[in-house]
Design a binder for this molecule. Sequence first.
Ligand code: FE
Length: 221
Amino acid sequence: MSAAANTNADPPSGEQQDRHEHQLVPSDMTLRVKALESLLVEKGVVDSAALDALVDTYENKVGPRNGAQVVARAWVDPTYKKRLLSDAPKAIAEFGYLGTQGDHMVVVENTPKVHNLVVCTLCSCYPWPVLGLPPVWYKSAPYRSRAVIDPRGVLREFGLELPETVEVRVWDSTAELRYLVLPERPAGTEKLSEQELAALVTRDSMIGVAKATAPKAGGKG
Ligand code: FE
């Protein structure tokens, strides 16, 4: 089955599209936020560097670390993994990771034969409680269109060359359903603790544009 044909079943109906906010120009809300930020910075009420640091924290630190904990638990605990794959929101809530944009989540598992890739073709739907805020490239038009048309090409640009024997499945996140990739546990990590394993789980590996980081040679693994 081709990757494109495998894209999360049917395209959204007109009704779904109406409920699913997406736009090529910034939304009214985005523009209002921008205007407000400019004004606050201009008046010296907030510091734009501090704002950038805050966004960076949610984009790169806090958010994806939650997902990494979930993945590491699934790697070490087969019963947790089973719960995670059958009812992701409930299994993720065991960690207390709840909230906006996380109510309807599905976890898709990478295996030696299947590689999953997540995109939101319409805008930037993303599982906030486990990944934080989406990176800029995830929201970009080229990624959103090319992830479906040429997933292997996109993966290659991220430095991930997959053999033809590996099936690539592309999942289109929507406001109704958001996907998280359970990456494969890297080889040579049998002796690592759950926390050490979590450190190998990157944001990109949970979107599916990368694999989990291999442990350093000569390390404990
Ligand atoms: Fe979206």
